[in-house]
Design a protein around this ligand. Structure first.
Ligand SMILES: NC(=O)c1ccc[n+]([C@@H]2O[C@H](COP(=O)([O-])OP(=O)(O)OC[C@H]3O[C@@H](n4cnc5c(N)ncnc54)[C@H](O)[C@@H]3O)[C@@H](O)[C@H]2O)c1
Length: 326
């Protein structure tokens, strides 16, 4: 039985503690948060150690790996400390604030000989796994066009409002859009260049609304839109439309059924989806890698870092109003 320690018990810490309860071979051994005394009554923490200081979690010999669910501007520092302490790390997306921070994390990971995985949960999301399957197995032939959308209401729920501050979260382009940029990287590899337009929309924010074209050698139209500017109880939507020579797949988290496949010349159908959610799958995958002593392959540190490189090129393109090589 592996024991995990979670640092950061906000929105994602809560999701992860609930997911670990469904995983047989992992137990939450300890949690750490700067405001742990406020939070203890929110969770069922029976048998789980609680720490106010991160160093106490780091030095806990019962803990095999640490799950970093901290605000993005703290990812680099905490991940490197965990690796230097000789423990494995799963760290929330986005990997870090910029490519230099990602490189420092990769260097620490290599020196430590421990595993590092960035929790790019969309790589484990049932509807996106189907898309990956169609693309990588060439099931519908050539991909003509891929359109992804991610939209969310104005971010106002985070600890000390860090998420709404561009200097701490990187804005929607780094925090929210990174999921789809990462999916483009996972499905199609790194583009040659990007052309992005974007704007700031919230006070102290970053790029909060944007649209990017990813340019490849192949004739293929790849577009991603993202924003977190919707008001009035909209909540959240993620969606995609993938047009292949042999058919189309349409997904939206706001549709029911969420996904439909339209093969050319045949009846449309709802594909069979897995029953486990993406968070449970990603956490159990990482734990399994540790148990088997096998480097995580679904999300390598290098590929999570490449996604940040893509987002950086998009930021440059927005600023320069020009196409930017990746
Ligand atoms: N994968 C996903 O679907 C997904 C969804 C939302 C957020 N995220 C990511 O998860 C990370 C956390 O986001 P969140 O929404 O949970 O934020 P949050 O504001 O809800 O929670 C952050 C927590 O960290 C604690 N904290 C702050 N500084 C600390 C420190 N030095 N030591 C210990 N605890 C500290 C805060 O008290 C708070 O409880 C971010 O990187 C975010 O981008 C991922």
């Amino acid at each position: 039985m592996l024991k995990v320690g979670i640092v950061g018990m906000g929105h994602m810490g809560e999701r992860h503690i609930n997911s670990y309860k469904k995983i047989d071979d992992v137990e939450v051994g300890a949690v750490n948060d700067v405001r742990i005394n406020e939070l203890v009554n929110k969770f069922d923490l029976e048998g789980i150690k609680t720490y106010e200081k991160f160093d106490d979690l780091l030095n806990d010999k019962d803990i095999d790996f640490i799950d970093v669910c901290l605000p993005t501007f703290l990812h680099k520092e905490h991940t490197i400390k965990v690796l230097n302490a000789g423990k494995h790390v799963i760290c929330e997306k986005p990997m870090a604030m910029n490519v230099e921070e990602c490189d420092a994390m990769i260097e620490a990971q290599k020196k430590s000989g421990r595993f590092l995985m960035i929790a790019q949960c969309i790589r484990f999301w049932n509807e996106y796994e189907i898309l990956k399957d169609y693309v990588s197995k060439n099931k519908f032939g050539r991909l003509l066009s891929l359109y992804l959308l991610r939209a969310c209401q104005n971010p106002s729920w985070s600890w000390n409002n860090w998420l709404a501050q561009g200097s701490k979260s990187g804005g929607a382009i780094l925090d929210l859009h990174v999921h789809d940029a990462d999916m483009i990287n996972y499905l199609l590899g790194m583009p040659k260049a990007v052309y992005s337009v974007g704007a700031n929309a919230i006070k102290d924010g970053g790029i909060d609304i944007l649209s990017t074209q990813y340019l490849y050698d192949k004739d293929m139209v790849v577009t991603v839109d993202c924003n977190w500017v919707i008001e009035g109880g909209f909540g959240f939507e993620m969606s995609y439309r993938a047009y292949f020579e042999g058919g189309t797949i349409i997904f939206s988290s706001k549709n029911n059924p969420s996904i439909m496949v339209y093969p050319k010349g045949e009846n449309p159908f709802v594909p069979e989806l897995g029953t486990k959610d993406a968070y449970e799958k990603e956490l159990s995958y990482f734990a399994n890698c540790i148990e088997k002593g096998r480097e995580p392959e679904i999300v390598t540190p290098q590929s999570a870092r490449d996604t940040i490189k893509m987002v950086t090129a998009e930021l440059k393109s927005i600023k320069s109003k020009e196409r930017v090589l990746v």
